[in-house]
Design a protein around this ligand. Structure first.
Ligand SMILES: Cc1cc2nc3c(=O)[nH]c(=O)nc-3n(C[C@H](O)[C@H](O)[C@H](O)COP(=O)(O)OP(=O)(O)OC[C@H]3O[C@@H](n4cnc5c(N)ncnc54)[C@H](O)[C@@H]3O)c2cc1C
Length: 502
């Protein structure tokens, strides 16, 4: 074999998997269909502006004195000193449109608890309990990950709360620990659009604690900075990336990977890591008769995650001149997460995430200008029903206008007349970039018992074809920068063990 492992796709997880394996002495080839690394973790230019395609904030990073898991991962990969990160001042800024109220939360657990007490008197004790439980959950996870031989019984003895909480819904637990309704609403609002009060508590607590405990960051030169540093490090270690090489087939024989094929070449290999959706792999890349029924069954049982419309705006006024003081605005119709989550079945649902990049990194664009991205997430099939090739541009404009006007009304600002550059991305755009089904940007939805926790603990049972692993937004940790980077390393470590078993 020319290569020990072939990675399909150079997104966040693919790059981390490839670099981890290359560093461990394996020979790795990445086949990437586009012309550069990063997937949606990249940037593009319009006029004098350079827009980040996707990153608003990288959670669980922290700083030299207070390192989060991603900082530690970047240390292990040898890249933390090669990227200039800028810490964000706040953990969340939420606008409740219905009540015309806004809430700003600081970084750090103690500060967060104090601020919640100021907004919701008598919430403090329950907030302390919440973060205590979140810490136990994190410790249980770390303990499980560090075990050479996985022993879940031991886990039950050491972390009893973790085990009791594993099947519980978020709101159920928050109510039980005596959290006032308003505090529950605010806490859950921070985790939309992926999680709502009905979802698994363990997954919710783990995610939220990481976002508050460590300052979130953004790279000064956009997420493309991280992707190109990962790419460079991988190449320096002797790895190889072939660009403009779309994988068209994974040849499988007797439930084992044999070859990977692009238009013009076949690569013999024993191990493939797919940084793309399992639906694409099982339906388009492997011959139907070679895909075990269970593999199709599992994918069919899962719901696709959120799609989005994102509007990238370059304005010829500074944030100060416009009256925008925060880095990110989480703009929600109301704080009732279950209601808002259901509303996200509509494209124009009114909930949106606005990032003012210059309020994170002042020099993101020239003095006197502002870069804004407005993203609205939605679920379901309305987009495919409503939009077709003849009305695409008209619809795209209609969605963008709706988002711009919603943003202006919620922040009491006026931006329309200052627009110098505008770009609108839809599920069609993201599908073209990533090939993910229907242009989904958030992997598979977590629902009921099919959540991060259960996927994580039963991951091995999801191997249906020997030598084929998945990483990235459709992997066990689901989507997001933090999750895809961590998942990339975890998958690489498992594949390394498999390579060594041979
Ligand atoms: C608008 C937007 C905003 C977001 N905001 C945030 C945020 O603020 N914070 C956060 O944590 N997360 C955010 N996310 C989510 C985050 O960006 C993604 O979860 C993450 O980047 C996905 O990484 P991945 O490893 O799954 O790879 P992907 O980015 O999905 O990359 C997959 C790669 O595979 C390649 N590929 C596909 N098919 C083939 C093939 N057949 N052959 C070869 N190559 C192929 C593609 O070209 C691509 O490079 C956002 C996403 C979007 C779209």
């Amino acid at each position: 074999m020319e290569y020990d492992v072939i990675v399909i796709g150079a997104g966040n997880a693919g790059l981390v998997s490839a670099l981890t394996l290359q560093k461990k002495g394996k020979k790795v080839l990445i086949l990437e269909k586009s012309k550069m690394a990063g997937g949606v973790s990249s940037s593009f230019k319009r006029g004098i502006f350079e827009f980040d395609i996707s990153l608003s904030k990288l959670t669980n990073y922290g700083n030299e004195e207070n390192k989060g898991e991603i900082f530690h991962l970047f240390d292990r990969l040898g890249i933390s000193s090669k990227i200039t990160m800028k810490e964000l001042e706040h953990s969340f800024h939420i606008i409740d449109k219905e009540k015309k109220e806004s809430y700003t939360f600081p970084v750090g657990i103690d500060n967060f608890i104090e601020q919640m007490e100021a907004y919701v008197p008598n919430s403090k004790v329950s907030m302390i309990t919440f973060f205590g439980l979140a810490e136990e959950i994190r410790d249980a996870f770390n303990y499980y990950n560090e075990q050479q031989v996985k022993n879940t019984e031991d886990l039950y003895l050491k972390f009893p709360n973790f085990v009791q909480l594993a099947p519980c819904k978020t709101k159920e637990v928050l109510k039980k620990i005596g959290m006032p309704e308003k505090a529950i609403e605010l806490l859950v609002a921070t985790s939309l659009p992926e999680k709502n009060e009905d979802e698994n508590f363990v997954s919710f607590a783990l995610h939220l604690e990481n976002s508050i405990k460590f300052p979130s960051v953004i790279p000064t030169l956009t997420s493309h900075e991280i992707s190109s540093v990962l790419e460079k490090e991988f190449l320096n270690m002797g790895g190889k990336i072939n660009y403009f090489k779309e994988v068209e087939e994974i040849e499988v024989e007797n439930k084992m990977v044999k070859k990977v094929k692009t238009k013009d070449k076949s690569y013999l290999c024993n191990h493939v890591i797919a940084n793309i959706s399992p639906i694409t792999v099982y339906c388009n890349l492997i011959k139907k008769e070679e895909v075990p029924k269970e593999a199709f069954g599992l994918q069919n049982s899962r719901d696709l995650g959120a799609k989005c419309i994102t509007v990238y705006l370059g304005l010829n006024k500074s944030p100060k001149e416009i009256g925008l003081t925060k880095y990110q605005y989480i703009i929600l119709n109301s704080l009732q997460s279950e209601k808002e989550f259901k509303k996200m079945n509509q494209i124009k649902n009114g909930n949106l995430y606005a990032t003012i990049r210059n309020n994170g990194v002042e020099v993101s664009s020239r003095e006197g200008t502002t870069e804004i991205t407005l993203t609205s997430y939605f679920y379901g099939r309305d987009f495919e029903k409503e939009v077709n090739s003849s009305n695409y541009y008209e619809k795209k404009q209609e969605f963008a206008e709706f988002l711009i006007e919603s943003f202006e009304a919620s922040t009491n600002t006026s931006i329309k007349e200052y627009i110098e550059e505008i770009e609108i991305a839809t599920p069609v755009t993201f599908n073209r970039y990533t090939s993910h089904p229907f242009g989904v940007v958030k992997g598979f939805n977590e629902k009921g018992y099919d959540n991060f926790l259960s996927r994580y603990f039963t991951e091995e049972k999801e191997t249906f074809i020997k030598g084929l692993s998945f990483c990235g937004g459709f992997g066990s940790r689901a989507s997001g920068y933090e999750n895809t980077y961590l998942n990339g390393e975890e998958v690489a470590n498992k594949v390394y063990e498999e390579c060594m078993e041979k």
